[in-house]
Every structure is written in structure tokens, then in C-alpha cells.
Design a protein around this ligand. Sequence first.
Ligand code: ZN
Ligand code: ZN
Length: 391
Amino acid sequence: MHRIYRHLHTHPELSMQEHATADFIAAELDDLGVENFRCGGTGVVGIIRGGEGPVVAFRADTDGLPIAEDTGLDYASRATGTLEDGTEVPVMHGCGHDTHVTSLLTASRSLLAAPDAWNGTLVLVFQPGEETAAGARAMVDDGLWDRAPRPDIVLGQHVMPHQAGSVRISHGTAMAMADALRVTVYGKQSHGSQPQNSIDPIVLGAHIVARLQTIVSRELDPRTPAVVTCGTFHAGLKENIIPDRAEFSLNIRTFEHETRDQVLAAVRRIIAGEAAVSNAPEPLVEEIYTFPRCFNDHDSAERVEAALRAELGEGNVEVGAPVMGSEDFGHLADAIGVPSVYWMFGGFDLAAGEPPVNHSPFFGPVMEPTLTTGTRAAVAGILAYLGTGAQ
Ligand code: ZN
Ligand code: ZN
């Protein structure tokens, strides 16, 4: 198990470029005698058949991030990769997806070693491109559920800066939907001394950004969580030139489909409205990406929670509130209308100090008990459906 983890951690790859990772996973599955095929480019699917019974799919995401690792670990990554625009960047497993792959491969090994303990079919989904919201869609579009047995339930898990050895599960919404938009507002360029001849896109953009904050504070029910963040704003080259355009990007997080519709409509209304009162041309609003909701079906979450408690002990299982982070995991189940359950497992010794957050250059989970917990949680979740004692 540690051999697998060290290898993956040292050899991270960028989203949708996980070629060596896919080869490595396929070779591990071959070693275990598990039939497997490629799906969605750099995705790998393994199928373990254990006779009549339910079908469970378990997903592990495989991609790294453009981050220069600074953990100081002896197996730290020095890998580089190339972004779509050609920029060479350092690459790191800064979100811990290497722990997910390791846990699922190890769980598969232990289930194969105990064939009498379970009946049914296990579909292993090693999904690329989680960080760009591209991978789940790519696998589904490549016929994932036509080529693999259709699951009754889809399970998944993620390492977090919680106490290693513990897991956290939510009932209902587990993670938010996310929408990213790129906005270009157009003005009329002029000398900085002659504002009367301009339509100032910076003033326009500033009004939009300020007014967008009233969606959450003035339009939504205060009991409804949502986030509207403007993460970039670029305009102009020189202080005495009023430029002809401003560009900014927005990140929107919501829990409910109705809230998402309401917020996105308000964003578009405010952008168009502010442009109109500025006498500016119609702005351009482009979608950068959208993450689906990650929703834990209530009955299924209860079943998995009970299995996790039995396996890991009452004190190591916590029911948590949904988080504002996002995941494309939900698409795998939504695409075929089956339930899913997703939980978090800890990766750090909190007694050693405040842990780094996911996507930090310092995100180096302790190997144990992190990997053993991820493996045991995966086995417990799977056996909650396939175990010979499960109803
Ligand atoms: Zn992640
Ligand atoms: Zn991440």
C-alpha cells in the first residue's frame, strides 16, 4: 500500500493528462487479475465480479494540481506538466487524490482476498480531471455505464485536513454546486482627462461587482447559503487612458437547484442592467465550468454511516454539515439517476499543529492511519451493499 502511495505521490499529473497514472493503475489491476479498460481518455475502469448481487461503483479521482510541492517529504513531487496554454508548471498531488487511488486499490485487494464475504459486482472508477470538472463527464460521455455494469449506488471519498483515522459524512447535500463565469464589459476608450467622451468600463465593472454582493445579502432568503465571489478583475494599461473594456471572473456556489437558478439569473440581470444604465454595449458572459451537486441520498447515507461506525468505531465517525467546496463526483450517479454517497476522511495528526488545507503546497497527509482508514472506509461502504450480511 505504501509503495503505491509513494509512487503516485512522486508522479502526479495534471487534469486530463493522467497517462502514466492510468498506466500504473491498469498495471496494478492486471496484477490483481481485475479486468479493466480505459474510459474518458485517461480514466480507468476495473470490474470485479462476485456472482449474483447488487452492483456498487466506487470512484477515486486521479489528478494532481499545478502547485510546487513544499512538504519536505522524501517522496515529494518534483514533477512538471504543461497547461493547455503551453505554460510549464510544477505538479503536485495537492488535493490528496493519490490517497483515494491507493485506498481503492488496496480495498480491492482485500475484497479479492475474501470472496466469501460478499456477493455482487464492484465497479472501480478511476476518474481523471476532477479539478477541472471535466473527468466525470468525459467518462460518462465515453459510455462508462454502457461498458460497465450499471450500479445501484455510487460511492466515493475525499481526504481532508481532519484528524487521521476519522471520517465525516453528511446527509443530504455534501458539497455545493459551483459555476464559474468570465465577464467582459465594453466601454468607449478615451483620454483620461476627457471622461465626457468615454464610457468607463472600470466604473461600470466596479458597480457590477459591488451590486453582485446584494444577491446574497438582499435577494436570497437569509437561511439559504450561497457565495458570489469575484476572483479576478483586469482592465486598463495606464492611468491616463480610460480603457475600452474590463474583464472579471465570478465563482458562484449554491446548494439547491432553485437557488442556483435564482443566483445565476440575478447575476445576468445585474450585469445587463448596470451596462444599460451606463449606456454601454451588451456585456459578454461566458461559462468557464460548472460542477454538479454532490448529494448524499438520505437512506443510503444512513446505511453507509452505520457501516463506517461499525468498522471504525463510534468515536471516529462524525456527521458533518455540507461544505461549500465542489466535486464532479455527483455527475457519475446523476447521469443514470441512481443514488450516491460521498464522505471525507482525515489525513493529518491535529495534535502536531494546524494542518494545511487542500491545494496548499504543504498538503502532505500522514501515511498512517490515513491510508488504512481510507481503505477500511472503502471496504465498509462497499460491504454495506455487497456484504453477505447486507440486506
Ligand atoms: Zn480533490
Ligand atoms: Zn482539489
